[in-house]
Design a protein. Structure first.
Length: 255
């Protein structure tokens, strides 16, 4: 190897060594990300993902920009309120933006995984691993109760439940789903008001909560998984009074 090539090789080695030693100060933008959900409001669409990253459009999906919301972790939800956005990740971090997602800053670190987040007039309801909490509009702790949220497992080969859509705020109440398809309605002080247990409306067997709740035109819709050991069924139910249910649809999923 001639002298010029040796110098080039040495410079390249030193560059790599310096890059590695400073790696803690380098912010890497991931090229491949796994999307976890979408938030839409007006002209804004934001698809959030893992690695703290998201794709955002501010012109009705005509153009897109990749942004970094957190330094890492999986983004569980982003709530949009006009030009303001609030994001939550599985590391227990809360980030905010006041300029349509162009810049972000950490608002608070909870020190516990956030599984789901819901906005209500008084602030935010958060589902953590072992409790439900409410934060005021300044992200200060308000109320909390103990509520276990077990680690979810895949059901059959097609369905993997997650918690990020397991709560809604409707008609002045927080409605949350828990293990074995139990739906509990709370007031804004996190006091339980009533409970709906699907076991009273379905056949015997093993119940797996679907953790998917939606609200539309006065009805609360939710999904559950039933298994009798031989097959699994995914069913969609709805209720208006939280005391009775109606089966909307049911289909079999592969075990």
């Amino acid at each position: 190897m001639d002298e010029a090539m040796k110098r080039i090789a040495l410079l390249w080695y030193l560059f790599l060594l310096g890059s590695i030693s400073q790696a803690g100060n380098i912010k890497i933008t991931p090229i491949l990300i796994n999307f976890k959900g979408v938030a839409v409001s007006g002209n804004i669409t934001i698809a959030y993902a893992d690695f703290g990253s998201a794709l955002i459009s501010r012109d009705n999906d005509a153009t897109w920009e990749q942004i970094r919301v957190f330094d890492g972790g999986e983004i569980l939800d982003i709530l949009i309120d006009g030009n303001k956005m609030t994001a939550f990740n599985d590391r227990g971090e809360i980030a905010g933006s006041a300029d349509e997602g162009r810049s972000w800053s950490i608002i608070r670190k909870l020190g516990d995984s956030v599984l789901a987040a819901v906005r209500f007039p008084g602030g935010y309801f958060l589902r953590l691993r072992n409790k439900l909490i409410s934060l005021d509009n300044n992200f200060k702790n308000n109320k909390e109760i103990t509520a276990q949220s077990n680690i979810l497992k895949k059901v059959g080969s097609l369905f993997k439940p997650v918690y990020n859509r397991s709560m809604i705020y409707a008609d002045g109440y927080l409605i949350a789903e828990f293990d074995s398809s139990v739906i509990i309605r709370f007031n804004e002080d996190l006091m339980p008001m009533d409970t709906l247990d699907l076991k009273f409306y379905t056949d015997s067997g093993q119940y797996k909560s679907g953790y998917r709740i939606k609200y539309d035109l006065g009805y609360v819709y939710f999904k559950y998984i039933y298994s009798d050991g031989k097959k699994s069924m995914a069913s969609l139910y709805r209720t208006k009074d939280r005391k009775s249910t109606r089966l909307n649809s049911s289909h079999r999923i592969r075990s």
